[in-house]
Design a protein around this ligand. Structure first.
Ligand code: FES
Length: 141
């Protein structure tokens, strides 16, 4: 099978889908090539991510990695959340097919963009640096 059971489970039953109207940090990232977009909302209290929700307009792997990422960061201090990597998200899902690895970068980038927004709003320096999002090779899925 192309996807692991965990990926399929997150895809069919994604956690933390939605919006947080009074979020402390909101990040939106997109992949210019495939047009997939991910929006991440963070509620932060006392340096802890107390709630997070996401909206992903994208492929199954993008949805599954967003869902897994929200589970990984909820309840964590922002210093830990800042270190979230797409590799950690992939590992938590027992891997992704090679051609879908780039989709997981969206989740990492969306979380960091939301943190960056929080940092900027609160005058905390430096804001997280966002890297390049890899090219999307499988837009049709
Ligand atoms: Fe574009 Fe997965 S993020 S195909």
């Amino acid at each position: 099978m192309l996807y692991s059971e965990k990926v399929m489970e997150h895809f069919t039953n994604p956690r933390n889908v939605g919006e947080i109207p009074d979020a402390d940090g909101v990040g939106e990232v997109g992949n210019a090539k495939c047009g997939d977009i991910m929006k991440m909302y963070l509620k932060i209290d006392n340096g802890i991510v107390t709630d997070c929700k996401f909206k992903t307009f994208g492929c199954g792997a993008a949805i599954a990695t967003s869902s897994a990422a929200t589970e990984m960061i909820k309840g964590q201090p922002i210093e830990t959340v800042m270190k979230l990597t797409n590799k950690a998200v992939i590992d938590s899902l027992d891997g992704l097919p090679a051609q879908k690895l780039h989709c997981s970068v969206l989740a990492e980038q969306a979380v960091k963009a939301a943190l960056s927004d929080y940092y900027t709003k609160n005058g905390i320096d430096p804001a997280p640096i966002l890297g390049e999002i890899g090219e999307c090779a499988h837009c049709a899925q």
